[in-house]
Design a binder for this molecule. Structure first.
Ligand code: DX5
Ligand code: ZN
Length: 217
């Protein structure tokens, strides 16, 4: 079963809870929360205070995607702020700090994931794979919503599906960037089971219909 995780980066922040309730009522499985620090990516978005407020306002599963430099410094704060799943980038820290960040998130009782930028090979996940609840494949360069899906990432999704099936079948495989009903089909065929969609969901009036279209693509 495909899970859909709408990215609030494309929501109306002056009416955030309205948009969140809209996708919740529309059947979204997770809510994707993009954190950008202006260093790891060339953009700045939202962070800990917004996550804390959102945690009080919704019971949705909060899928927090950290696009920040040296994430081990902040993962505990994001757990304490109410994340259900904390995903950070394999490129953003030294291997020993990636390991300690994974351990920190687990010791907080939260789910943990690692994300790969488009140019990062699938094999880089191998040393960590057995410790993870989720692997996130970026199908755009991280930093901005509304970009076009990179079809050359489909073979990486298939390769990761194979590694996950062999080494940690319970691990989820999430895709983020340029996902709509058309590209959702390609991701699903390549083996993804969680699909993030920002613009495709929030720029449409009927969010429930888009969520259904993505899930059933
Ligand atoms: C991009 C973010 C994405 C973004 C996706 O760096 O990680 O989650 O919101 O937006 P769309 O679906 O518009 O590509
Ligand atoms: Zn994201």
């Amino acid at each position: 079963m495909i899970k859909v995780s709408p990215s609030i980066l494309a929501a109306d922040f002056s009416n955030l809870i309205k948009d969140v309730n809209d996708v919740k009522n529309g059947g979204a499985d997770y809510l994707h929360f993009d954190v950008m620090d202006g260093l790891f990516v060339p953009n700045i978005s939202i962070g800990i205070p917004v996550l804390k407020s959102l945690r009080k306002a919704t019971d949705m599963f909060l899928d927090v995607h950290l696009m920040i430099d040296r994430p081990h410094r902040y993962v505990k704060e994001f757990c304490d702020a109410g994340a259900d799943l904390v995903v950070f980038h394999i490129e953003a820290d030294e291997p020993q700090d990636i390991l300690s960040a994974i351990e920190t998130v687990k010791s907080c009782g939260k789910k943990v994931g690692l994300s790969l930028k488009p140019k990062t090979p699938a094999e880089t996940i191998i040393p960590y794979l057995e410790m993870l609840d989720l692997v996130l494949v970026m199908t755009v360069e991280p930093g901005f919503g509304g970009q076009s899906f990179m079809h050359d990432q489909l073979s990486k999704i298939s390769a990761l599906r194979k590694m996950i099936d062999e080494r940690n079948p319970a691990c989820e495989l999430e895709v983020d960037g340029g996902v709509d009903a058309q590209t959702a089909r390609l991701c699903k065929d390549a083996g993804a089971n969680v699909l993030v969609a920002g613009s495709a969901v929030f720029k449409k009036e009927d969010r429930a219909a888009v969520i259904d279209d993505i899930r059933n693509a």
